[in-house]
Structure formats: structure tokens, C-alpha cells
Design a protein around this ligand. Structure first.
Ligand code: NAI
Length: 283
């Protein structure tokens, strides 16, 4: 199946970025949100990114106009009735996501693929609430979406080979690289990343070294572009804690226990860059 018409649900940080890359790659995109205000904010962010691309010579004015012409916004989910692919990027809440998938199952054409950008919820469980579980898949984009090359494609136990193939080909058209992963807690990206971040927090907790020193070791010694504690601040310490809890509960293994210092920071409201303070202080 060739994907042409796409709906992106949720115009937040991720949804706006996902809508932008699809529109930039020539797909017809409808960006949906329950809040008109979020749609306007999402669209403004997209326009800002496109203008910056033009200024830096990464695209010309015609590309920008074409991209914006490929995009429309709507608060009505019913407009997914002619879409080949829907990518859900609403808040990370299972009840909200399952309701959206049940509605989409009724609204979209029979051939449509329903994808979720969830970073931690089980795709298998989301697929199970629909009558087309073999056409449900995880399409996990990285933040910021227009910049990052990876799409972690997560196969639920029910996902068909045909669905996977279509999504892998679609990712390629977005100039991204699809990596196939099975549906287990944290998938692959967060399964590897979050325990590393948690271990870095343990190193601070146990007085092994200061945050700056740990980040310096990982940057200069391991060639990581950013240290784990700075990265944790950017992701949000609440998100890091939440994903560690998903891993801990999902595997029942104490190696995934969240560091008490991480929990303390979150309880203090020190959530990282977005709150002005995490392992570092932000102006
Ligand atoms: P966000 O909070 O920036 O945006 C969520 C948007 O969804 C809001 O605009 C909200 O109005 C809208 N929304 C809520 N319920 C809705 C509904 N029923 N129908 C339509 N729209 C609805 O969240 P963000 O950061 O964009 O995350 C979205 C998803 O992407 C989550 O599942 C998250 O786990 C995942 N994700 C986030 C990453 C990140 O770095 N922020 C990275 C990779 C995945």
C-alpha cells in the first residue's frame, strides 16, 4: 500500500514535528488536536522552523510554501475518514490513547494503518482494543523530530509483516532510518538509555563525582555528544523517572529501580530544563 494521506493526532512538541516532516516530504497531512490553541501553537512552531531552514539555505521559499500547502489543521477526528495512515502523538496516558484508537478504528478506511508515537506504553495492548490489531504499530520518533534520523518501529505481537513493510518504506520517504524492534518495556531506545541515565544519577547520589564530571567523562571518554545528566535535564526528569518505573514494573527486576535521588528531584519540582533546574540550573 502507498501512503498518501496522513493524520497526526496531538499538535504538541512531537506531533507538530511529525506533521512537519510528513508535509515536507510531500504527504497530505491533517494535524489534529482537541484544543484549537494547541493547533495554532503547533502550526506557529512549524512555520518558525521552516523560516529558519530558508534563512540557513536548507530549503527555498517554494519548498516552504509547498510544505505549508500540504498541511491543514482540524479539531475533528472524523476527518481521518480518508487517511491511509494515522500517527497518534497525544499525551502519554493509556486511557486517552485507547479511546483515540477505538474511535479511529471506526472512522478510518479499512486499509488504514494506525501508529502510535508512545515512548513507553505497550503497542500490543493498544492494538488489542481495535478490530485491526495487525495494522497497529509503534512509530517512535525522536525529539526534535525534524533533526533526528531514527524512527524506532515497534512491532506489536499482532503486527503483520505487510504493515511493518509499509511503515519502513514510509520512514524512508521521510528521509529517516527505520529500526525494527519488538514490543517490550522501553522498546530498545529507552531500555538502553534510561538505565544509563539512572546509573549516572546513582553515581551522583553515591558521591562518585559531580554531575559536570560525570557528563565530561561520557562526552570526552565515550564520544557522546551530550552527557547523560544534561540529556536527562533536556528530556525531563519526570519523564526519566516514569520510564524507569515502566521498566521496573515491566520486568520486575531490581536492576531497573529508579535512583532515590532522581525521585527526590522530581518531588522537589526540579524537572530539568523545562522547570529551570535539574542537575544544572537554567536561566
Ligand atoms: P505534548 O504534551 O507536547 O502534546 C500533547 C498534545 O496532545 C497536546 O497538544 C494536547 O492538547 C493533545 N491531546 C491530548 N489529548 C488529545 C486527544 N484526545 N485528541 C487529540 N489531541 C489530544 O506531548 P509530547 O511531548 O508531544 O508527547 C506526545 C507523545 O509522544 C507521548 O506519547 C510521548 O510519550 C511521546 N514522545 C515524546 C517525546 C518527547 O521528547 N517529548 C519523545 C518521543 C515520544
Amino acid at each position: 500500500m502507498a501512503v498518501e494521506k496522513v493524520m497526526v493526532i496531538g499538535a504538541g512538541q512531537m506531533g507538530a514535528g511529525i506533521a512537519q516532516v510528513f508535509a515536507q516530504s510531500g504527504f497530505q497531512v491533517k494535524l489534529n488536536d482537541i484544543a484549537e490553541e494547541s493547533l495554532q501553537k503547533g502550526l506557529a512552531t512549524i512555520e518558525k522552523h521552516l523560516s529558519r531552514n530558508v534563512e540557513k539555505g536548507r530549503m527555498d521559499e517554494a519548498d516552504k510554501t509547498n510544505t505549508l500547502n500540504n498541511l491543514e489543521t482540524t479539531t475533528s477526528l472524523n476527518e481521518a475518514n480518508d487517511c491511509d495512515l494515522v500517527i497518534e502523538a497525544v499525551v502519554e496516558n493509556m486511557d486517552v490513547k485507547t479511546k483515540v484508537f477505538q474511535q479511529l478504528d471506526q472512522i478510518t478506511p479499512k486499509h488504514a494503518i494506525l501508529a502510535s508515537n508512545t515512548s513507553s506504553l505497550p503497542i500490543t495492548d493498544i492494538a488489542a482494543v481495535t478490530e485491526r490489531p495487525e495494522q497497529v504499530i509503534g512509530m517512535h520518533f525522536m525529539n526534535p523530530v525534524p533533526v533526528m534520523k531514527l524512527v524506532e518501529v515497534i512491532r506489536a505481537i499482532q503486527t503483520s509483516d505487510e504493515t511493518y513493510q509499509t511503515i519502513a518504506e514510509t520512514a524512508e520517504k521521510l528521509n529517516k532510518t527505520a529500526v525494527e524492534v519488538n514490543d517490550y518495556p522501553g522498546f530498545a531506545a529507552n531500555r538502553v538509555l534510561m538505565p544509563m541515565i539512572n546509573e549516572a544519577v546513582y553515581a551522583v547520589f553515591e558521591g562518585v563525582a559531580e554531575p559536570e564530571a560525570i557528563d565530561e567523562v561520557m562526552k570526552l571518554g565515550m564520544n557522546h555528544p551530550m552527557g547523560p545528566l544534561q540529556l536527562a535535564d533536556f528530556i525531563g526528569l519526570d519523564t526519566c523517572l516514569y520510564i524507569m518505573e515502566v521498566l521496573h514494573e515491566g520486568f520486575g527486576d531490581s536492576k531497573y529501580r529508579p535512583c532515590p535521588l532522581l525521585r527526590k528531584y522530581v518531588n522537589a519540582g526540579w524537572l530539568g530544563k523545562k522547570s529551570g533546574r535539574g542537575f544544572y540550573v537554567y536561566e
